[in-house]
Design a protein around this ligand. Sequence first.
Ligand code: CA
Length: 247
Amino acid sequence: MKPLILVVEDEPPIQKLLAYNLGAAGFEVASAYDGEEAIIMLDERTPDLVLLDWMLPQLSGLELCRRLRRRQATAHVPIIMLTARGEEPDRLRGLDTGADDFITKPFSPAELIARIRAVLRRVRPAFAEEVLEFHDLRMDLAAHRIFRGDQEVHLSPTEFRLLRHFMENPGRVFSRGQLLDRVWGSDLDIELRTVDATIRRLRRAINADNRPDLLRTVRAEGYSLDKAAANGAEPSAMDETEEARGS
Ligand code: CA
């Protein structure tokens, strides 16, 4: 059965774009153009996930999000909020909205779909995708195998978990502390330098044969899996210098 996504967004072009891309990715889509309409639709059928625009006429996305959390039938439905640039997700997270994730407009459909899948996987393992894909990277979760193009990549269990985390959250920058938390587990006594060392090994493994680097080093921020990295937006020489300094 296809997961049902309720899209609450007042701008028709964005609704259309989302409906097209979500449909192509194998989701069933219901569209509501404001909060009132969303509530009527939610009474008819509970979706598997709500994609909710922050800026809506009348009932705001924030208020709708809070209402959904208060209603028994929708209290546990995952919600991803769409926000405009400038409404920093970090600040929004602090508002206790109850949203599971935030995506900033403009977003790439591929990133949005990956984030939806990550949220669904977290709350409903039954929807788990067997295969994660990014650029020419392919991770088969069932078989525990990774391919770059048609070349198999061999990783240690930690490198595998690290890459999986990046592939589930493409384009997102994670600090070394966040990576330690999410990949190694927060209660382990591990140094941040371990993250750099593992990233270095992961890079070497997936970039073998001089393939474009898909891991971006964001100075003073952290790391992300990013196609821009492969386009040469960030010269790898700088990464090497940074890594040399860190080790
Ligand atoms: Ca809007």
